[in-house]
Design a protein around this ligand. Structure first.
Ligand code: ZN
Length: 83
């Protein structure tokens, strides 16, 4: 076995947790940067009801959306049916 002095033991004891913290910080920093690169086009999900003027989000991307306020059916960018 190799001999370790008191000062070397203290150095190892303090530097190992710091090294682990640095690695964890680096990993989480890379993951956070990846999440920043994901861009969501909110305008494609945003609808304005032509009957009541209510603005709402619909994430289903269907061709027909239902207004949650007045329950009218709306076509993307126009009026579909009254109900
Ligand atoms: Zn409406």
């Amino acid at each position: 076995m190799f001999e370790v002095t008191i000062s070397q033991a203290i150095m190892i004891y303090t530097s190992l947790p710091l090294a682990v913290l640095f690695i964890l910080w680096f990993v989480f920093k890379i993951r956070a940067d990846k999440n920043d690169n994901i861009k969501i086009d909110l305008k494609s999900y945003l609808h304005d009801c032509t009957y009541c003027g209510h603005s709402f989000l619909d994430v289903k991307k269907s061709k027909i959306v239902k207004c949650p306020m007045c329950k009218n059916l709306l076509k993307r960018g126009g009026i579909m049916a009254h109900g």
